[in-house]
Design a protein around this ligand. Sequence first.
Ligand code: BTN
Length: 246
Amino acid sequence: VGQNLVTLKEADSTNNYLKELLSNSKPVADGTVIMAESQYAGRGQQQNKWNSEPGKNLTFSVLLKPSFLPLQQQFYLTQTISLGVVTAMQQVTGLPIQIKWPNDIYYGDKKLGGILIENMVQGSGIKNSVVGIGLNINQEVFPDWVPNPASVKQILHKDYELSALLLQICGSIEAWYLKLKAGRLDEIHRQYLANLYWLNQERDFMSDGVAFKGRITGVRNTGFLVLSTESGEKEFNLKQIVFLNK
Ligand code: BTN
């Protein structure tokens, strides 16, 4: 991962750029990384925009070809990438950075980064996976419309060199990806849970506009979040649940 690295001054979105490369019929190597200093149409999950001040943060996309992974095990790719990013960020910063289900990067109750995975399916497998990663590193001020952001700079008051950080994260993603390839699924799942924000804590959630108390007890292989609530165990997908902070 990152052996083949393309650095752009500007792109609409590195995910879009990589997807266009793939549709241009020339082969693109597994592990190719597209990084942009600035994105003018950065995308987040659920149709959100992704804000990133030019030159201050990491915005990049990784091409993976997880053809060995059955479609029903897609969520293991999400767990693998999340672990790759979070463990690298922990090592570099020394901070107890966590994964907010399914794949946000959190420090305390603040969002440091996010991941947008777009899979191209062929038959019963994933042919290409475009893994977009945005991490707030050196940005000091965020626009008001961005929900609870934080950057490493705001926490540690120092700047990080982006190219060195990118290489570390790529190395870490590769290490976790090799575990996925080797079929070490239980280990990946255990480590994902070990780094999960709000695991086993009594917290407030909202579903269908109704607030309730619950405790995250696990995550299914399908990616569903499992909560223990007053009315028993319940499962949710991303659209069905909101985490409520005090
Ligand atoms: C989210 O938390 O909603 C996911 C954010 C993903 C942002 C990254 S930045 C690089 C790549 N290109 C994009 O347009 N989005 C992803």
